[in-house]
Structures are given as C-alpha cells and as structure tokens.
Design a protein around this ligand. Structure first.
Ligand SMILES: *Cc1c(COP(=O)(O)O)cnc(C)c1O
Length: 489
C-alpha cells in the first residue's frame, strides 16, 4: 500500500516514510492510494480478540511495509492496562435502546487523543529504524488543549525524540493548562501563545515547510515530525475504535452483523470523523456520519453549502478542543472526493482568501451544530434522564444528534463518540448541572462531580493542582519560529 499527497500526484511513498515525515514536502497530507477493505467474516473473526489484536489487524491493511512482529510490538506496547484504566481500552456505555456512548478517554490524559498518541511514538521510532534513519526526531505540536498533553505523555523520555508544544494561552481549560505546564520528562518543551489555536497551527505548519529551519535541523542531525492529526500515524489508530466498537456491539447482541450503525462525532480538526469515514469505506456497516460542531460551525456550513469560509468571528467556547476554523483533515476528504489538482487549488484559495468552494459528493456526512446554551442544556437533560454526566465536547455531539434525529426521523442505532472525561472540563460541566457552581474552582469542584456522577476522579488527574509548574514560557504568535530555534540550540 502506497500513500499519495493530497496536493501532488507525483508523490508515492510507503507508510514508514509518510509517518516519519508527517506532512508531504508540497504542504499536502498523506492519504492511502486505495482504501483497503474488511469483510463481514473478518469483522466477525475479530470478536474474540483484544483491542490490541484488533488494532494489529486493521494496521496490517494500512501499514503494509511494517512486519507483523513490528505491528504486534507497537500495539501491545500501547494498548494495555498499564496505560489505560480499562481492559477494553475503548469502553462502550449503554444509554438507552439503540444509543451507545463510546468512551475514548480512559487513557493517561483523559481525552481521546490518547487512543492515537500512545501508539504514535512506537510507529515513529519503528519507522525510523526501518528506514535506517539515525536523526533525532523533533515533534512539533500545535494544540487546542488535549493533543498537547497527550503528545507529551506519549513522547516523554522516548529515546531519540524531542517534543515541543504550543497552546493558545487563553484557549484551553484550567485542567488542560495544568496538565501541560506540570509535564515532566527530559525531552519536553511547552510554550503558551498569545493567540488562538489557528494561530498556533499556522505558525507550526509554516515551520515544517521552512527551508532555512530545515537546513539548520539537518546540520544538527535532526528532523521534524508531527504529532498532530495531519500525521497519518495519528489518524490510522483512530480507525480501529470504529471497527472495534462495531464488532463489540455485534458480540454483545446489540446489532446483527451487517446492520447499520450511525455515529455522531464532536469535531474540530476533522480527524476523528475522517477515521469513521475510512472505517465506513473499508466496509464497516456505518450509516450516517454526523459531524457535530460548536458555534465555530465552519464545517456545518461547508457540509450544507459546499462553501468553506474561515472569514468569520472566532468564539472561545466551553468545548475548546473544537474551537477551530481551519480543519486540516478536511483536506484528506477533499482529495478522496475531487483529486489532487482540485484540492491544491482549494487549499491555495483557503490560504489566499480564507474561502473555497467544493462539490460535496460524499452524502453520508451530515453537519449539525450546537450553541453554548444547547450544549449546557444537553449535559443537564442527559444527566436527569440517565444519571450519566458527559463532558462539554460530548454534549455538543449529543445536542447535534438530537437535532439530526428531529430533522431526519432516522432511528438507526447510534454511537455517540465521547472524546473527554467530564473531569477535564469540571467547571463548565458542573455549571451546566447547576448555575450555583459557576464561581467554583475547577479543582475543588471535582469532589462535587464525583458525588453527583458516581464516577471516581480518574487517577491521572488526582492531585494535579499540587504538582510543581515546570513550563512558564509565553510568546507572541509571530514568535513561534524563534522559540523553536531557541529550543533547538
Ligand atoms: C481533539 C478533540 C476533539 C476534536 O477532534 P478532531 O479529530 O480534531 O475533529 C473533540 N473533543 C475533544 C475532547 C478533543 O480533544
């Protein structure tokens, strides 16, 4: 299996190259030349396998240049109970008939980014070995909150790597910030940026393709790679949980093999829902893929009109990991729909004018959004109905799902993808449940959340407020390159 660039039809590389480079030299993203398939028999055969074994099977279809032993090493190292709080790795909560919550936050940082970032360092170091590359890998990350911490946890003290994380100073939750600034490890660097996530992402993306910085790196026997979902090694692990949860629901008698399952995904950079798209294209019987946005609803508008327009007000919401106006992974869907020439010109138009138009030939993706009030109401209503407390991002998905259901009348079984533990957004979650908590302290409110939800504070965030702050850097948005150069010295 080869990978092509979304912007240049002459690029053709194996997965180890795609993963070690992160992004194609032409600025495009790597996508598989063909999407592999999985049969119903193969799905059924995964039933008695562990999550790690299911993952190794899915990867064998995409990372065909990795040996079976290498894939087993990567999957067994990442998906185990030393790293995740549950043996199932991804847990499915049954809510009411035909509605399921796919909890992807039982990893070390309590957000779904762990599903990919626990394994990415193994993919990356294995790929470097396979390619006989001896350079040190410098991982550059722009984060809207959860990726930064998950990447720091994944890469801390991994030999032959250095990790650098940029986050929007006022664009992340108290808990997210605390998780990052207390990060330990000999190879970790963290800096706040006076700007929003798009500023961080644009700054970081520019450095990747900056010739002078690259030359400096090469002289020091180093190379950049990416832990953002622009890296194929970040995206491919996310396909696994769609395959795995379908298999589990069949195994549990909730679905008949072949029966359609809808999914609703709280979306920011379009990585998670794109993984659902790949799973569907492989042959997993998924129906509608509902892309849920908060009021930064550039994707909802795009899906409904074909016009992508980032020239609009940016809102800081209670679902900060979805506060994004440039959804990088959409480029992959565009390339699968319209080819490289069209994608290249759409991306040029986005860079130049902040807007492009594309014909949406993929009709299985629906776009819905939720306002802040709808998100808060979703948390409260859902708690009152089921006793289950969900985080703000998951609440956006739930509110979007309700709208979709009301508009379409579609009663197909539905998986709500839950992307973070409510303990990462304690203050907003508690305020949604009762306005009296609005002035509370995020850490002090943990005890209240524990009492109300009946779910214990996850081990990785117990006592976080007492850990020493190790990273105090702040920079302007145009200084990201200087900070990186400084760290490289
Ligand atoms: C990153 C993140 C999202 C958005 O996922 P994308 O793959 O970027 O669309 C949603 N919710 C949470 C909690 C996240 O951390």
């Amino acid at each position: 299996m080869y990978y092509k660039s979304t912007r240049d039809s002459s690029v053709r590389v194996e997965s180890a190259v795609a993963i070690s480079q992160g992004i194609s030299a032409d600025g495009g993203l790597f996508v598989p030349e063909q999407i592999p398939s999985i049969t119903k028999e193969e799905l059924a055969a995964l039933a008695d396998k562990t999550y790690a074994q299911r993952a190794a099977f899915v990867f064998s279809r995409y990372l065909t240049d990795f040996t079976e032993a290498e894939l087993v090493y990567c999957t067994e190292s990442a998906y185990n109970t030393k790293r995740f709080e549950t043996e199932n790795i991804a847990e499915i909560a049954h809510l009411f008939e035909g509605t399921y919550m796919l909890e992807l936050w039982h990893g070390p940082t309590c957000a779904f980014k762990d599903m990919a970032l626990q394994i990415l360092p193994y993919f990356l170091t294995t790929a470097m070995k396979k390619l006989q590359l001896k350079e040190k890998i410098v991982i550059l990350v722009a984060t809207s909150g959860d990726t930064g911490k998950a990447a720091l946890e994944g890469f801390k003290d991994v030999e032959g790597t250095e990790i650098m994380v940029f986050y929007p100073e006022d664009g992340v939750s108290d808990m997210q910030k605390r998780q990052m600034v207390t990060q330990e490890g000999s190879n970790v660097n963290v800096c706040a940026v006076k700007g929003n996530f798009d500023d961080c992402q644009s700054g970081v993306k520019k450095i990747f393709t900056d010739k002078t910085v690259k030359e400096e790196l090469a002289a020091g026997n180093m190379r950049f790679s990416s832990a953002n979902s622009i890296n194929w090694g970040r995206l491919v692990p996310q396909i696994v949980y769609y395959v795995s949860s379908y298999v589990t629901l069949v195994q549990q008698g909730e679905l008949k093999m072949g029966e359609t399952l809808n999914v609703v995904v709280p979306t920011g950079n379009f990585g998670n829902i794109l993984a659902a798209y790949y799973a569907k294209q492989m042959g997993v019987p998924l129906g509608k893929l509902i892309c849920a946005s908060n009021i930064n609803k550039v994707l909802t508008d795009f899906i409904n009109t074909g016009v992508y327009n980032r020239n609009r007000e940016f809102y800081a919401t209670c679902s900060p990991s979805m506060d994004i106006l440039i959804s990088s992974n959409l480029e992959r869907l565009l390339a699968h729909m319209g080819g490289q020439a069209a994608t290249k010109s759409e991306m040029e138009s986005l860079n130049r004018d902040g807007v492009y138009h594309a014909e949406i030939t993929e009709k299985k993706i629906s776009g819905e959004y939720a306002t802040e009030a709808e998100t808060f109401a979703a948390i409260k209503d859902f708690y009152e109905k089921t006793g289950y407390v969900m985080d703000t991002h998951t609440a956006v998905a739930y509110a979007a799902y309700q709208k979709y259901k009301a508009e379409s009348g579609d009663n197909t079984p539905m998986v709500i993808v839950s992307t973070a533990s409510p303990y990462k957004f304690t203050k907003d979650v508690m305020t949604a449940l009762d306005a009296k908590y609005a002035d509370g302290d995020a850490f002090a409110l943990q005890a209240d959340l524990e009492r109300i939800s009946g779910v214990a504070v996850p081990a990785p965030i117990v006592g976080l407020e007492h850990r020493p702050i190790l990273h105090k850097n702040v920079c302007e948005k145009n200084e990201i390159k200087d900070v990186v150069k400084n760290w490289l010295k």
